[in-house]
Design a protein around this ligand. Structure first.
Ligand SMILES: Cc1cc2nc3c(=O)[nH]c(=O)nc-3n(C[C@H](O)[C@H](O)[C@H](O)COP(=O)(O)OP(=O)(O)OC[C@H]3O[C@@H](n4cnc5c(N)ncnc54)[C@H](O)[C@@H]3O)c2cc1C
Length: 403
């Protein structure tokens, strides 16, 4: 008789598991709380479905905090492997100017999902909807459907319940206690890839809410990232700041505030900038000359003016410092439910190198429900795909031998 694998949570991880688990050998069922699969995968597609990133393996793996736990799984199924895989099911991809990988223009996220679901169906995997996992009963899983609870015994269980952002997609993160009851350490969720709180001067935010600081370089706690920052009513968000989420969260927890420095003109070295400012200083309309000579836009100009005294703004030494090391204090993060991803969930210390719970053999945990961090840019989905494929290959071997 075939062994039974129960996959709990039908999100991004379950997509690869459903397509790739060996159904000649295993009887596979996905239990999903929603009435459809992979709602968050579809939400991720709202602004363009960024499936993975095209950068080198060496750079790629270092995007994760921590990265060691993912290394074997990523090397086993890299960004290139995933791209080949998605191409093989009829979804063509292209690499954007930022190096991010997307479905070819015109292919909608729903079409990508449809192609994957077709493969899951062809693999004879059962998908049960509106089955909410409610915890453990001895060695069985408890599910609730239409107000009634029932128990399921499995040979192998794969949990992929996601994090806690965008709970409307079904990933509510309300299962931490079920694991704690088994002595498994599970941490509360925190927002990542989220907005960060800054108290802006009233004058500045009135004029600049929604504006974007383009091509700036931001540093926090020794890490620097180049990108865009969107100015929001209560702070900042965007691709320039998201990768610094771990550093910002660390400072916030240690000092109740995080300090960031923005280089508003990273393309110009400090000395060169000082020289340019000296010549601008001789011109009549200083602000206008700054815009034309230094290619500084109105948002940057407003930012500088609102955070300096008149004397400081007109002093080229202090202005140079201000442009190259613009200082801001972050006092908090946005809400977990609004974040793109979360950290927290099952502690990495609780799993083996092949994602098996040390205290609950034959029970595996993968995806965003594990406590690790990744920036936007396709890294979140790739980590889910790599972990899922690694597990598929481990289970194909038919042993729980570490690879
Ligand atoms: C707005 C937004 C944009 C994003 N954009 C990108 C992007 O462009 N690129 C990228 O790489 N990543 C992106 N992400 C992140 C990415 O979508 C997630 O990291 C990824 O989907 C996580 O996969 P997962 O399988 O771990 O969890 P999920 O995909 O969240 O799946 C978990 C599943 O478990 C189910 N579930 C939860 N609890 C229960 C329960 N008790 N019983 C039964 N089922 C349950 C849920 O309904 C859900 O279907 C984005 C996320 C958001 C919110």
């Amino acid at each position: 008789m075939k062994k039974k694998i129960s996959i709990v949570g039908g999100g991004s991880c379950a997509l690869i598991l459903g397509c790739e688990l060996d159904t000649q050998k295993y009887d596979v069922t996905i239990y999903e709380g929603n009435s459809a699969l992979a709602r968050k995968f579809l939400v991720a597609g709202d602004g363009g479905l960024n499936l993975t990133h095209s950068e080198s393996e060496q750079k790629f793996i270092l995007r994760y905090t921590p990265h060691e736990f993912l290394e074997k799984a990523f090397r086993n199924f890299t960004n290139k492997d995933f791209t080949k895989w998605i191409n093989s099911i009829g979804i063509e991809t292209y690499v954007g100017t930022s190096g991010r990988v997307f479905p070819k223009k015109g292919i909608k996220p729903a079409t990508v999902l449809k192609a994957i679901i077709k493969k899951i169906e062809a693999n004879n995997v059962s998908v049960l909807y509106q089955q909410e996992w409610k915890g453990f009963s001895g060695d069985k899983l408890i599910f609730k459907n239409s107000g009634k609870t029932y128990e399921v015994k499995s040979d192998i269980v794969i949990f992929c319940l996601g994090g806690a952002s965008w709970p409307v997609t079904g990933s509510k993160g309300d299962w931490l206690n079920y694991f704690s009851s088994k002595g498994i350490s599970a941490k509360n969720f925190e927002a990542s890839n989220c907005s960060f709180t800054i108290s802006w001067p009233e004058d500045f935010i009135k004029k600049s809410e929604g504006k974007v600081l383009k091509n700036v370089s931001i540093s926090c706690n020794g890490k620097t990232n180049l990108g865009e920052v969107v100015i929001t009513k209560n702070g900042i968000e965007g691709s320039g700041i998201y990768p610094l989420s771990p550093q910002i969260r660390k400072q916030l927890s240690e000092k109740n505030k995080a300090e960031i420095y923005i280089d508003l003109k990273p393309q110009i070295a400090q000395e060169k900038l000082l020289q340019k400012l000296s010549s601008v200083g001789e011109k009549k309309n200083f602000s206008e000359s700054l815009k034309t000579e230094l290619n500084i836009d109105n948002t940057v100009l407003q930012l500088l003016k609102s955070h300096t005294t008149k004397e400081g703004f007109l002093n080229i030494n202090s202005l140079t410092k201000c442009i190259k090391e613009f200082y801001l204090t972050i006092t908090g993060t946005g809400l977990v439910e609004d974040a793109i991803s979360t950290v927290g969930g099952i502690s990495l210390e609780e799993i083996t190198s092949h994602f098996e719970l040390k205290k609950l053999p034959s029970h595996y945990v993968i995806g965003e429900m594990l406590d690790y961090d990744a920036p936007t840019g396709g890294y979140l989905l790739q980590s889910c795909f790599s972990m899922s494929k690694y597990l598929v290959d481990i289970l194909k071997e038919g042993s729980r031998r570490e690879r």
